[in-house]
Design a protein around this ligand. Structure first.
Ligand code: GLA
Length: 382
């Protein structure tokens, strides 16, 4: 049953629960101000803070390190809360061994082949950190930077503004890139991300968020029973280094067809060359809607056991669906349990991987005087 969030809060109130017990806030008059606490200290003495915010029945915890969503709690069909994002309970693990849990990704989400590209006739060599390729911005991407965080409440919204300035040449990228990312929790409990960036030299940018979702709750097992639909008729096949070949392929008749919702596990063990390369799903889907002015539906995820749903809308043209293939039982998550393969999945809204080397893909070039603007909205239900 689809139960909308306001019905749920009303139901909780009718059952004699306070708004706080239901995880809600005084949504009529807007949410409460985010609360800050010390989370840890980096080796160089920099303090890392954790912000807690809630609105419309969604609760989240965000770190100043990497803009990391450390926890995101939403209710199931009976109003029971669970943390539906994978993470760690301490800063050291994020610094030492995080596979981008919950983090902001930049300057470039996903891979750039051989970490090289040419722009306006100049060749650039980026930090290479994934075989011969550059992944998620290089060895010290935005996921490993400390962001300046400013809380806000605005009308019915509650949120955080995160700021980071990436120096000219950082990780090999040209231009001083000034980045502002806004996390907003709306009165309906949606989590909206607005990305903005400007540069003082021509450069490339592709920002995204790397939350690992498990709508049954982190540490509850694999996501293979989750049902996923993706609004895409094509995806971008990759080579064995997971760099797109450049020719989008039709999903029809392949395991990559998520046009109608299906359990993630249904086709994941098919002996398809692309699934062998990715050790599962780890591909960019070409959203049928293309680049849009406003966010439009890209994917819907549903966990039948809890009833929790997640709808992702974006104005971006692509979606990387990664089925947590590289989780291998070596990391201990927030709740004290080990994460194994498939225990979480990522749905990363983006421009396509390796676009700086693929003339037929939508451009990721940003020039002085322009503003990079993209928005992704996560809507929860149960
Ligand atoms: C992305 C990539 C994957 C993997 C994860 C992080 O989703 O596409 O190949 O690198 O990030 O482990």
């Amino acid at each position: 049953m689809e139960l909308n969030r306001r019905t749920l809060i009303a139901g909780a109130a009718a059952a004699g629960l306070t708004a706080a017990a239901a995880g809600g806030t005084a949504h009529a008059s807007g949410g409460r101000k985010p609360v800050k606490e010390l989370f840890g200290t980096l080796a160089d003495g920099t303090k890392v803070y954790r912000w807690s915010l809630q609105n419309g029945g969604t609760r989240m915890k965000v770190l100043s390190y990497g803009g990391i969503v450390q926890s995101l709690e939403v209710p199931d069909r009976r109003g029971r809360y669970a943390n539906v994002s994978l993470g760690f309970d301490n800063l050291d693990d994020y610094v030492a061994s995080s596979p981008y849990f919950g983090a902001l990704i930049g300057r470039y989400g996903n891979r750039i082949g051989k970490g090289r590209f040419t722009l306006d006739g100049t060749a650039y060599q980026l930090s290479v950190n994934d075989g011969e390729n550059s992944l998620h911005g290089g060895a010290q991407g935005f996921d490993k930077r400390v962001w300046d965080v400013e809380p806000f409440t605005e009308g019915p919204d509650v949120g955080l503004r995160l700021y980071y300035t990436s120096a000219d040449g950082e990780m090999g990228y040209p231009g001083t890139l000034k980045v502002k990312v806004t996390y907003t929790l709306t009165r309906n409990g949606d989590w909206r991300i607005d990305y903005r960036a400007t540069t003082d030299k021509p450069t490339v940018v592709n920002l995204t968020s790397h939350v690992y979702w498990n709508l049954a709750g982190e540490s509850s097992g694999t996501i293979y029973d989750h049902e996923l639909s993706i609004e895409a008729s094509r995806f971008t096949p990759v080579d064995k280094g997971l760099i797109p070949t450049g020719e989008p392929a039709r999903v029809a008749g392949t395991p990559f067809d998520f046009r109608r919702a299906k359990p993630i596990g249904r086709d994941i063990r098919t002996a398809h060359q692309q699934l062998l390369y990715g050790k599962g799903f780890d591909h960019n889907w070409v959203l049928d809607k293309g680049i849009t002015h406003r966010p439009e539906l890209a994917a819907t995820l549903r966990d039948p056991s809890s009833g929790r749903t997640l709808r992702i809308s974006t104005n971006e043209p692509g979606l990387q669906f990664y089925s947590g293939n590289f989780l291998d039982g070596t990391l201990v998550g927030t709740g004290g349990n080990v994460y194994r393969q498939g225990d979480g999945l990522c749905l990363e809204t983006q421009h396509f991987p390796d676009s700086p080397n693929q003339p037929s893909f939508p451009s990721t070039v940003l020039r002085p005087g322009e503003t990079y603007r993209t928005t992704t909205v996560h809507s929860f239900g149960s």
